[in-house]
Design a protein around this ligand. Structure first.
Ligand SMILES: [Zn+2]
Length: 374
């Protein structure tokens, strides 16, 4: 990944590349940003930039012998460490990130904005708890103490040091007294879960979340999603570009139409219509169902905010604002809160062993009762 492959973040990319240019690259740093804010892509681009022997305009060249490898994540002097679970027949304590490198490279080339949930699904982790274990820490020590292979530098990119637990203390010496030309880049999402001993020894670089308009533009450019739809998804994603990609690529239905249909069906409470609507939801996969309920929740939260404050500066698209405007005659803030509660409960139920068909049927009747009340 090159810096130019990362959408937006121009100031941050310039600032980070500059630390390399002026010889002030910290030996150990933490790129800290919420899921989907671009921490991992930034670390990958930085690793390539460090190795590139033909840096131009604050980015790696993409052509030199180092770039050819680093951009495929196969550079022998760029090491990766990330949370994993047991691999195949190996015992967990013998398993390390290296066992998952093939999948790691593949998922990075597909979506480097991924979150831990995507990664665990990708490696079929099931219910196993991921972590970065003792063997991994020992291997890191060995790798970084060895001579480098092709470059005069060595880089470790560790994704989610939150999963180190106390084993992280094994790395303290390495972080504190790094060998020459060794650079440690930790990519974290939650500062509270990083060992204090590590935190205090690393330079902290905060990665801001994406702005809605950046995400919307990204969806339009990369996935050819229509502008209004992209705005809707961007608002819903709340700064998480990974979530926006998932919603944008997963779902073909127009959620705002589905939501309106639901309210209309609820209002009429005709059993056949309710059944049809419930079927349209249960036919979707679980991710889509969850996205739809989250969409509804987002809509009603914004709706209530607008109603209580009279402020039109809400995260709703033009089409949604029009819908919200029409709705105010029949749905007041209390009713909207009631509906939002039902949607919130529905989000919790997706993925659990609950009969979602029965739940949705009952919820639709209940929402209908509430809407019809004067
Ligand atoms: Zn290069």
């Amino acid at each position: 990944m090159r810096f130019s492959d990362i959408t937006g973040k121009e100031e941050l990319k310039r600032r980070i590349a500059n630390t390399v240019d002026i010889g002030r690259l910290p030996h150990a740093q933490i790129l800290l940003g919420k899921e989907g804010s671009g921490g991992l892509p930034t670390a990958l681009a930085l690793a390539s930039y460090i190795m590139c022997e033909n840096k131009t305009d604050g980015d790696s060249c993409g052509h030199c012998s180092h770039c050819k490898k680093s951009l495929k994540y196969i550079h022998p002097d760029i090491h990766f460490s990330f949370p994993v679970v047991k691999f195949g027949d190996k015992k967990r304590e013998h398993t390390t990130s290296d066992d998952f490198l093939v999948k790691w490279r593949k998922i990075l080339s597909e979506n480097a904005y991924m979150g831990i949930g995507d990664w665990l699904e990708y490696i079929d982790a099931g219910n196993s708890n991921p972590n970065i274990n003792v063997k991994e820490c020992n291997d890191i020590m060995t790798k970084l103490n060895m001579m480098s292979y092709e470059s005069d530098k060595k880089v470790l990119v560790m994704w989610l040091p939150e999963y180190l637990g106390n084993e992280g203390n094994r790395l303290l010496k390495l972080i504190e007294e790094p060998t020459d030309n060794t650079y440690i880049i930790l990519v974290a999402e939650n500062q509270d879960l990083i060992l204090q001993t590590i935190l205090s020894r690393c330079q902290l670089v905060k990665i801001p979340v994406y702005e809605s308009n950046e995400i919307s533009q990204f969806l339009v450019d990369k996935y050819e999603i229509l502008k209004d739809k992209a705005d809707q998804i961007a608002n819903l994603a709340d700064g998480n570009i990974n979530l926006a990609i998932q919603i944008g690529t997963n779902e073909s239905k127009d959620f705002s139409d589905m939501l309106i249909t639901w309210l209309r069906v609820a209002y009429k409470s005709d059993p056949i219509e309710i059944n049809n609507w419930v079927s349209s939801v249960t036919e979707m996969n679980k991710d889509e169902q969850k996205n739809f309920f989250e969409y509804g929740l987002h809509f009603f939260r914004q709706f209530v905010f607008r109603m209580l404050t009279g402020n039109d500066k809400v995260s709703l698209t033009a089409k949604e604002l029009e819908i919200a405007g029409k709705m105010t005659s029949i749905i007041n803030a209390d009713k909207a809160e009631f509906i939002a509660d039902k949607l919130n409960a529905a989000i919790e139920c997706v993925g659990r062993n609950i009969n979602i068909r029965i739940m949705l049927y009952a919820d639709t009747l209940a929402v209908g009762d509430v809407i019809r009340k004067n």
